[in-house]
Design a protein around this ligand. Structure first.
Ligand code: GUN
Length: 282
C-alpha cells in the first residue's frame, strides 16, 4: 500500500506555479490577481479564504479579499462582481460557498465573467469540460486527477467508480475520468447496492460527506482509493473512507487530512494562471 501525499504534491505544484506566474508577469508586464468574496463568518469558510490569501502571496500574485457581513444586500455583492469583471488586474473571481441563508447562490455566481470563473462552477466551464475541451475545471476534481497523474496511476480501460454526484465534485470527477478513457460509474444516495459497484472498482473516488461510509468489505484488493470527504468529528477530521481498515487492501490511498484537501488550493492557483494567460491571448 502506498500513501498518496497530497500535501507534498500540492507544495511542489505551487512552487512550480510561482515560477510560471513570475515568468508570465514579467513577459506581459501586468500583475496577476485573484478576487475572493466572503459573506458572513462561517468558521470553515474563514479558514479556507485565509488559506487562499496565503496561497496567492506565495504564488506572487495579488489577493483581493472582499469581506461582507451577513445581511449585506445581494445587489451590493452583484455590483462588486460586475466591477471586478471589468477590472483588468483581476484575473479570477471566487465567491466562497456556502453563502449564508437567504442569498441566491445561482443568481450571484451567474454574474461572474466565465473567463474569470476560476472555481469552474459556471454552466459555460462545465459545458466545456463535458465537451472534452476543459479550460477552468473545478479545483477539487482537477486536484484528484492531478494526484492520480502524479503517482502515474493508469486510468485507460479501468473501472472507475465515483460515489457522490454533486455538481462541484462527483459529476466533474466522473467527466475527467471519462476523458482519460476510464469506464465510469456514478453511485449516489439512491443507488440500490453501492457495495456491488464499489467492489468492482479499480479506481474508487468517494465524495459524499459521510464519515467512514466506505468499509473494507466494499473495496477490491489492490484498488486505488481517493477520499474527497472532510468530516469533522469529536477527534478531528476524517474522510468518507474507513482508512484504518481499507488502507491495507489498497495499492494506493489518500489520507484525510493531507490527501485531496491541499490539492484544491494548488488547483485554484493553476486556474488563476490559466485565466491570466488566456486573458493575455494564450
Ligand atoms: N467552499 C468549499 N470549497 C470551496 C471551493 O473550492 N470554492 C468555493 N468558492 N467555495 C468553497
Amino acid at each position: 500500500m502506498q500513501l498518496i501525499d497530497g500535501k507534498k504534491t500540492a507544495a511542489e505544484i505551487r512552487a512550480g506555479l510561482a515560477l510560471r506566474f513570475a515568468e508570465a508577469i514579467q513577459k506581459y508586464g501586468d500583475p496577476a490577481g485573484l478576487a475572493v468574496i466572503l459573506v458572513g463568518e462561517d468558521p470553515a469558510s474563514m479558514i479556507y479564504t485565509s488559506n487562499k490569501e496565503k496561497a496567492c502571496r506565495e504564488a506572487g500574485i495579488a489577493s483581493l479579499m472582499y469581506r461582507y457581513p451577513d445581511g449585506t444586500p445581494q445587489q451590493e455583492i452583484i455590483s462588486l462582481i460586475e466591477k471586478l469583471n471589468h477590472d483588468p488586474h483581476v484575473n479570477g473571481i471566487l465567491v466562497q460557498l456556502p453563502l449564508p441563508a437567504g442569498y441566491d447562490e445561482n443568481a450571484i455566481l451567474k454574474c461572474i465573467d466565465v473567463a474569470k470563473d476560476v472555481d469552474g462552477y459556471s454552466a459555460y466551464q462545465i459545458g466545456l469540460l463535458n465537451l472534452g475541451r476543459p479550460e477552468l475545471v473545478a479545483c477539487t476534481p482537477k486536484g484528484v486527477l492531478a494526484l492520480l497523474d502524479q503517482y502515474n496511476i493508469p486510468l485507460e480501460g479501468k473501472n472507475a467508480v465515483v460515489v457522490g454526484r454533486s455538481n462541484v465534485v462527483g459529476k466533474p470527477i466522473a467527466q475527467l475520468l471519462l476523458s482519460r478513457n476510464a469506464t465510469v460509474t456514478i453511485c449516489h444516495s439512491r443507488t440500490a447496492d453501492i457495495a456491488d459497484f464499489t467492489r468492482r472498482a479499480d479506481i474508487l473516488v468517494v465524495a459524499v460527506g459521510k464519515a467512514r461510509m466506505i468499509t473494507a468489505d466494499m473495496v477490491k484488493e489492490g484498488a486505488v482509493v481517493i477520499d474527497v470527504g472532510i468530516n469533522r468529528n469529536e477527534t478531528g477530521l476524517c474522510g468518507d473512507v474507513d482508512f484504518e481498515h481499507v488502507a491495507p487492501k489498497c495499492s494506493y490511498i489518500t489520507p484525510v487530512p493531507g490527501g485531496v484537501g491541499p490539492m484544491t488550493i494548488a488547483m485554484l492557483m493553476a486556474n488563476t494562471l490559466t485565466a491570466y494567460l488566456k486573458q493575455h491571448g494564450n
